[in-house]
Design a binder for this molecule. Structure first.
Ligand SMILES: Nc1nc2c(c(=O)[nH]1)N[C@H]1C(S)=C(S)[C@@H](COP(=O)(O)O)O[C@H]1N2
Ligand SMILES: [Mo]
Length: 530
């Protein structure tokens, strides 16, 4: 045994210089300390949320991510959505993980060499996380507890590891035997911390209770059911469905994890410039006379030809009814809607009080709102981009003015007002496709929300504009499908589409990026005809 051991340690000595080995050992300790800190903090954060002791974001990782999202300028948001699409949040969380791993390796590596530098880096990291935690919506002092306890455990880990590494340096212990024990210990501690962290996360987010509430949801009674008009669909394979199923519906929001809102504790408050402040709960809302409305939801971040929009049948109570009860004071011109997660949208009061279907919605396509789409309650307002109207996980409507207040995206480089612009898109054929010569169905969707579409035209290469056939119109708040039967001749071709609204306004040809108030330009595709 002894003999073997000596041989083994000679072996390891020949594979790399002692400094390299000690550096790796030290860095591994930094990693273990990082995992311990985060694991314990995430576990305790889960406990706080689970017990209802925190309304904020006690998870340091989610707080840093949320603070990062809140500081996203318009160009970066556009870049992230264009590059990563709806995966942008996973990319952000992955990025945070990579930075954390690198920094903790660095801290460990510094530990035996530059102790003060290692400690300073660790403390600065904790302070950044603390600043993020305290800056989150509804933050309280208790939210700092998980981070501080985690940091204390991390410091203890660092201290123990440093002593150990210094001992190995001094050659006081046989490196090999200690290595084995310490690697086991470190891996064990890290494993337990990761486990704790995941248990805490699973406990804290309350997804199960919310799922149960969704499952027991009964569709409210409505006077008039809304269905697509016959012929709304042009019947071409590959065209976006006239009504997009919930599972395929685009999702855009600033929430790093989907807020889990229990309807039993949900409240909607009407505040600000009103005669009487109102607070209603879930049962009260469900007792109101609900309506159905088909409304296409549009994201301002949609690039020309993009897919950040979708059409659904929404069930809800008209916002104007609630505002009538509250009594809006003269002078108010904005409804600032707020989400439980702090997101806000500034909507012109008029859009909420005129005869359009602005709804406090509880259902989407015949079922309770999916959690990602705002369960239990969201706003849907026709004619305006989602960022100024479609607040999910709705918690408050504040009557105010555009002079005094601004929605979430306005100080971040987006316009205060966001009416939806006329646009059209080719869904089939896909750009770059190869098709056979002969009749080819070119088809897609077009929209001018709240006004309606009167015509869609297609241009082949530099030819003239040809009228497409339109699918039947629903109401003016819904997109329209269109199809153009093209007599395709062999060669490379460019197809371009444009829409004309019900007022005769032609879609803007001049290209513009999404920021600050919606992209413009004509969608065109290149295809090869054989
Ligand atoms: N709470 C909350 N609501 C929100 C947002 C958000 O970030 N947070 N984003 C808005 C934006 S920009 C859009 S386009 C729509 C998208 O709604 P969907 O995800 O249900 O498609 O939600 C709106 N409501
Ligand atoms: Mo959006």
């Amino acid at each position: 045994m002894l003999h073997e051991h000596v041989e083994a340690s000679q072996d390891s000595r020949s594979s790399g210089s002692p400094t390299t080995r000690h550096g790796v050992l030290a860095a591994a300790g930094g990693f273990a300390a990082g995992v311990v800190t985060v694991g314990i903090a995430e576990f305790l954060a889960g406990v706080l949320l689970r017990q209802g002791w925190s309304d904020g974001t006690p998870s340091p990782v989610l707080a840093v991510g949320g603070a990062f999202i809140d500081r996203t300028p318009a160009w970066l948001k556009t870049f992230a959505i264009d590059t990563f699409g709806t995966n942008d949040k996973h990319v952000l969380l992955g990025g945070i993980a990579v930075v954390l791993v690198l920094l903790s390796l660095l801290i460990g590596w510094l530990l035996p060499r530059r102790f003060t530098a290692a400690l300073t880096t660790f403390v600065v990291l904790i302070m950044v996380a603390a600043a993020a935690v305290t800056s989150r919506p509804h933050a309280g002092a208790v939210d700092l507890a998980p981070l501080l306890v985690g940091a204390a455990a991390g410091l203890i880990t660092l201290h123990l590891w440093r002593e150990h590494v210094l001992r190995v340096h001094a050659g006081a212990d046989a490196p090999r035997s200690i290595d084995r024990r310490s690697v086991l210990l470190g891996a064990g501690a890290a494993g337990v911390a990761v486990l704790l962290g995941s248990v805490g996360r699973a406990w804290g987010n309350g997804a199960r209770a919310v799922q149960a509430a969704r499952d027991s949801f009964v569709m409210p009674h409505v006077r008039r059911k809304v269905t697509p008009p016959p012929g709304a669909s042009v019947g071409v394979k590959g065209v976006t469905p006239y009504i997009v199923p919930n599972g395929d519906f685009y999702r855009i929001d600033t929430a790093l994890v989907v807020p889990q809102v229990d309807p039993a504790s949900w409240r909607l408050r009407v505040t600000g410039m009103v005669e009487h402040e109102i607070e209603i709960d879930w049962d009260t809302l469900l007792s109101k006379q609900m309506q159905e409305a088909m409304v296409t939801l549009m994201c301002v971040s949609n690039e020309v030809g993009g897919h950040l929009n979708g059409n659904a049948v929404w069930t809800g109570w008209p916002v104007r009814e609630l505002l009538k009860q509250a009594g809006v004071k003269p002078g108010a011109d904005m409804v600032l809607s707020r989400s439980v997660d702090g997101f806000t949208a500034g909507t012109p009061l008029e859009a909420m009080t005129d005869d359009r279907n602005a709804l406090i919605a509880v259902a989407m396509n015949g079922e309770a709102l999916p959690a990602e789409h705002g369960f239990p309650v969201r706003l849907v307002v026709p004619g305006l981009y989602g960022y100024v109207s479609a607040t999910k996980w709705l918690s408050e409507l504040k009557l105010t003015t555009f002079e005094q207040d601004a929605g979430y995206w306005t100080p971040r480089g987006w316009s205060a007002l966001g009416p939806v612009k006329t646009a059209s898109r080719i869904d089939v054929p896909r750009s770059g496709a190869k098709v056979d010569a002969g009749t080819v169905a070119v088809a897609g969707v077009a929209w001018r929300q709240h006004v309606g579409i009167s015509k869609v035209q297609v241009k082949v290469d530099d030819g003239g504009w040809q009228d497409a056939r339109l699918g039947a119109a629903g109401n003016s708040d819904v997109w329209r499908q269109w199809v153009y039967q093209w007599d395709a001749k062999p060669g490379h071709h460019t197809l371009t589409v444009r829409a004309i609204d019900a007022d005769g306004g032609v879609q803007i040809e001049e290209p513009a990026p999404p920021a600050p108030n919606g992209s413009t330009g004509y969608h065109s595709i290149s295809i090869t005809v054989r």
